[in-house]
Design a protein around this ligand. Sequence first.
Ligand code: ASP
Length: 584
Amino acid sequence: MYRSHTCGELRESDINTKVTLSGWVQKTRDKGFVVWVDLRDRYGITQLVFDEDRTSSKLLEQARSLGREYVVQVTGEVIERTSKNPNIPTGGIEVLVDEVILLNKSKTPPFTIENETDGGEDLRMKYRYLDIRRNPVKNNLIFRSKVSMEVRKYLSDHSFVEVETPYLIKSTPEGARDFVVPSRMNEGQFYALPQSPQTFKQLLMVGGMDKYFQIVKCFRDEDLRADRQPEFTQIDCEMAFVEQEDILDTFEGLTKHLLKEIKGVEISAFPRITYDDAMRIYGNDKPDIRFGMEFGELNAVTQHKDFGVFNSAELVVGIAVPGGASYTRKELDALVNWVKRPQVGAKGMVYVKYNEDGSFKSTVDKFYDQEDLAKWAKITEAKPGDLICVLSGDANKTRTQLSALRMELAERLGLRNPNEFAPLWVIDFPLLELDEETGNYHAMHHPFTSPKPGQLELLETDPGAVRANAYDLVLNGNEIGGGSIRIHDRDVQSTMFKHLGFTPEEAQAQFGFLMDAFQYGAPPHGGIAFGLDRLVSILGGQETIRDFIAFPKNNSGRDVMIDAPAAIDQEQLHELKLKLDIEA
Ligand code: ASP
C-alpha cells in the first residue's frame, strides 16, 4: 500500500496514528540536528520530521539526500508540531518518519513548483506536467472538472441524453477553415474534423432523441488571435419541439445553476436586448453590462454648427467617463492617441470636460457653446466631474471604436470586477451578414438557422434586413453561448443555400444528407452551444482560457511540449499517397 492518507488530510485528531504517505518533496530544511521535509501531493503538504534524538543516523542521512521533486513513500507517526502553521490545514501536526522508500528521483525542475513560480510562459508550456503540479494550474483543472460535472448534472436532471458524435466527418460550416485528415483507405480523400457537431445534433433530432447534449472537442483552423485555441470544448445542446423561448429558458436555467453551485451567486431573470439595440447602445454584440457608459447619439445636437468633421459624419456618438473631468492634459492626449492606434483606428477624438461647477470645457469650444455642450451631457448622461468622449464617422466603424474605448476605460477604472456576474441574452440577430470585400452575404450564425416567421420572402428583396431566431448568451462582455432555431424543412433549407450562393448541385453534394433527412419527418428543433473553456475561465475570475486547459497550444497553435505539429516521414506520405506542394 503506497499510502494510508493523502498529504492534505492529517489533523491533530490523528496524533499518535501510524501513517504511510506518498508524494513529492517540495523542500527540505536542514538545521543539522533536525531535518524537515515538506511532502506534497494533489491534496496538500504534510511536514515530515527527522531528528538526531529520535531518528537513526542512516535515516537522517537519507532525508538529507532527498532532492526537490523526488518521489518518496514514508511511514511514521503523526505527532503534534511544536510551532504550528495556521496557514495550512495540516499545520498542527507533523510526521515523525521511521522509514523512507525512494520511489523515483527527479532532475532539478527547470522552474520552482510554487504558487508564484520563476518560470516563464514558454518554459512552463514545455514542461506542462510540472506546471500542473503547481496549485494555480492544478486548481484550475479541478475547477473545470467541477463545472463539467455540474453541467452534466443539470442537463441529465432535465432529461438530456449525452451522445457522442464522430470526429472524422466532412466539412461543417461554422465559418472557419477545417482541419483535414487524409484517408489511407480512400486514396485522395480527406475527412474534416468537426468545427462543431451541428449537423449531427440536428440528425439526432430527426432520430427522435429530443434532448441531446455533449461536452465535445471542436476544431477550427483560424488565424490565431490571442487566447484562441485551434481545438476547444463546447457544451453542445439541441432540443426538439421547442421555440426560442423554451431554449432561452432551459439554458438560462443551466447558467443560473452554474452561478449558484460554483460561485454561490443568485441572479434573477437575465435581461434581453436585441442585436440592433446592443449595437446602438454599446457598439458591440456582446456588451459588458457590469457598468453603464452607454452610448449617446449626438448627430441632432452637433450637426447644426460649422464643425465639418461632425457634419460630414454618418454618426456622432459619445460616452460619459465617470470622474474623467480631472484627467490631466497629458492623460487626455494619451487617450486621444489610444483611440488613434491602428488597432482602434479612430481619426481623432473630441472631448468635453464637465466641470464640478457645472461649466463645460471642450476641444471644440470654437464651434459649440455651453448650451450645446449641456445637451451632449444630457444625452450621454454625464454628471459634473465626468468627461464626455465623442467619436464620429462611418456608423459601424465608429461604434466599434467607441466600444473599444468604453471597454478600455472601464478596465482602467476598475469597473470590470471579475467577482460580479452580469449575464444577458442578445436576441434577434440578423440572418445574413454582408461580406464587404466580396459583396456576398453569408450566414451570420450558420446556414441552418431559420429566419423569423414570415421573413422568408424578405430574403429576395432585402436580405440584410432578415432577422433570425438566433441568440447569444453573453457574460461579462464575452459570448459564452450561441444558438438558433433551425430550419427543418427541406425546401426552406434549399432556398437558404441558394441565397448563400450555393448551386443546387453544390448544396446537394455538401449537405444532401441533411436535406434528405428533413424529408423523413424532421421535427421543429433548435439548440445552443457554450464555449466551455471561456465559461470556466470567466467563472474562475480569470481572463485566459489557456490557464484552464491541461495541455493547451501556444499562440502559434503549437504544442511545444510534444512538438506538434511536425513533419511526417516519406513512407507515411507515400502510404497516404500524398505529395507535399512546398519547396524543399
Ligand atoms: N453549432 C453552433 C456553434 O458552434 C452552435 C449552435 O447553433 O447550436 O456556434
